[in-house]
Design a protein around this ligand. Structure first.
Ligand code: UD1
Ligand code: UDP
Length: 425
């Protein structure tokens, strides 16, 4: 069972759905209905040529508690009825938390796509959802080694983690081709803006500060507006300010958005997915936030965290637009999210785990012993592969850095190994 309930989830799970179809994997497609308008959900189903979901829980909007609880209750019923071998969801929305929890309580395997992302800011609702979902997952598909590291650092067992890249690369590369063939690029010089994070648009003061900063930027700014953001513009009386300095547009379709992003001089955003797509398409990205769960994009040089106050936003935007060397470096930053074959990889790993019986969750039949983690020196294991040691290695520390324990890594002998053992009474 695959659950995708919001715009980014449909986009990022489409490559997995397609791989299921190619490989003949029997599956059902469920939406909780968290996004329900045509412009945020249904048009993406059509544009990405996906089958319609078999079940729509039709949760719609409400408080976090309402959305999570309502989806949880219905998902429990659906999962019990259909008895899927594994349930798959992507990302960090309330719908994903409900899906993960429903599975954990029913002892049904849950596979989390885009596991291990951390902004380390627990005031973001998404951070809470990510952490909780990861900790009840059976299989964790981390997009990068860094994300895998975050998981291991939190005590998650390495054998349940698979580093597969991010399916956004599959989606972007596939659909930009189609967009280039079907649509005409906008042309001219412009910046692209997206804003929808609760932290940015639900506070009048912060939202106004961002708009005032952008009003001082001389370039044209295209702004496809998320419905949450449109509601706040009206509620806070900020419509006039926005309209006077930005080109307000309805939310764009995927093909149209990718083409706008590719053609933009730079993108200003608080979106997660847009930070990733920008580096895939070579568009410099300025992130209007104080933290990011995609630090790989910043490290690669394609993204700058501009913060949320007026001065810092203006400083960063002006620098990116005037410092040619910096601009070129940002444009040429290398995509850190893999080769665009993540969907296929995820489907194949799930098939293989299923065949090996690793998706069955059964209560222990014997008295459980306790588990203990400790550090050992790799000295006497020099020249051996991690997979040959016969102990569960959680982390490898070498030259002051922890590394993800790739099973094929050959030990030099000077590493410290963090191992986890079962201890008998
Ligand atoms: C949600 C996710 C966020 C994700 C975003 C993707 C959570 C906590 N938030 O935020 O992580 O980045 O989706 O876009 O899960 N609305 C409509 N039509 C719709 C859906 C929503 O008009 O089809 C409006 C409603 O006024 C609603 C508001 O948007 O109150 C917010 O919707 P909601 O799903 O709660 O959160 P998002 O801001 O979309
Ligand atoms: N997107 C779109 N039209 C828009 C804005 C965004 O198709 O007007 C796409 C964008 O290409 C990306 C995804 O929506 O793939 C990002 O969704 P969003 O920013 O809503 O959520 P987040 O990624 O922050 O969770």
């Amino acid at each position: 069972m695959l659950v995708a309930s919001t715009r980014p989830e449909v986009i990022k799970l489409a490559p997995v759905l397609r791989a299921f179809e190619r490989l003949g994997v029997e599956h059902t497609f469920v939406t909780t209905g968290q996004h329900y308008d045509d412009e945020l959900f249904w048009r993406f189903i059509r544009e990405l040529e996906l089958k319609e979901p078999e079940y729509n829980i039709d949760v719609r909007s409400g408080t976090h508690a309402y959305q999570t609880a309502r989806a949880l209750e219905e998902l429990e019923r659906l999962i019990q009825r259909d008895a899927p071998e594994v349930v798959i969801a992507e990302g960090d929305t309330n719908s994903v938390l409900s899906t993960a929890l429903a599975c954990a309580k029913l002892l049904v395997a849950f596979a989390h796509v885009e596991a291990g992302l951390r902004s380390f800011d627990r005031t973001m609702p998404e951070e809470v959802n990510r952490v909780l979902a990861d900790h009840v997952s059976t299989v964790l598909f981390a997009p990068t080694l860094r994300a895998a590291d975050n998981l291991v650092n939190e005590g998650i067992l390495p054998e349940s983690i698979f580093v597969v890249g991010n399916t956004i690369v599959d989606a972007t590369l596939h659909h930009i081709e189609i967009a280039r063939r079907r649509l005409k690029p906008k042309g001219g010089e412009y910046l692209l803006l997206t804003l929808h994070r609760a932290e940015n648009v639900d506070s009048r003061e912060r939202f106004e500060g961002i708009l005032r900063a952008l009003a001082e930027v001389e370039q044209e700014i295209l702004f496809p507006v998320h419905p949450r953001t449109m509601q706040r513009l009206r509620e806070f009386g900020l419509m006039e300010l926005a309209e006077s300095s930005l080109t307000l547009l309805p939310p764009a379709g995927y093909l149209e958005f990718l083409l706008m992003l590719e053609g933009a001089k730079a993108v200003l955003t608080d979106s997660g997915g847009v930070q990733e797509e920008a580096i895939v398409l070579g568009t410099p990205c300025i992130t209007l936030r104080t933290s990011t769960e995609r630090p790989e994009t910043v490290e690669a040089g394609g993204n700058i965290l501009a913060g949320v106050d007026r001065e810092s936003i203006l400083r960063v935007v002006r620098r990116v637009l005037t410092d040619e060397e910096l601009y070129l470096r940002m444009k040429q930053a290398k995509n850190p999210f893999g080769d665009g074959r993540s969907g296929e990889r995820i489907a194949k790993i799930l098939l293989e785990l299923g065949e090996r019986g690793k998706l069955r969750i059964e209560p222990p039949s014997k008295v459980i012993r306790t588990r203990q983690r400790r550090l050992i020196h790799a000295g006497e294991h020099r020249g051996r592969k991690l997979s040959e040691l016969g102990v569960r290695v959680c982390r490898v520390a070498l030259e002051g850095r922890f590394r993800y324990p790739e099973p094929e890594r050959v030990l030099r002998g000077d590493e410290m190994l963090e191992v986890e053992e079962e201890v008998s009474w």
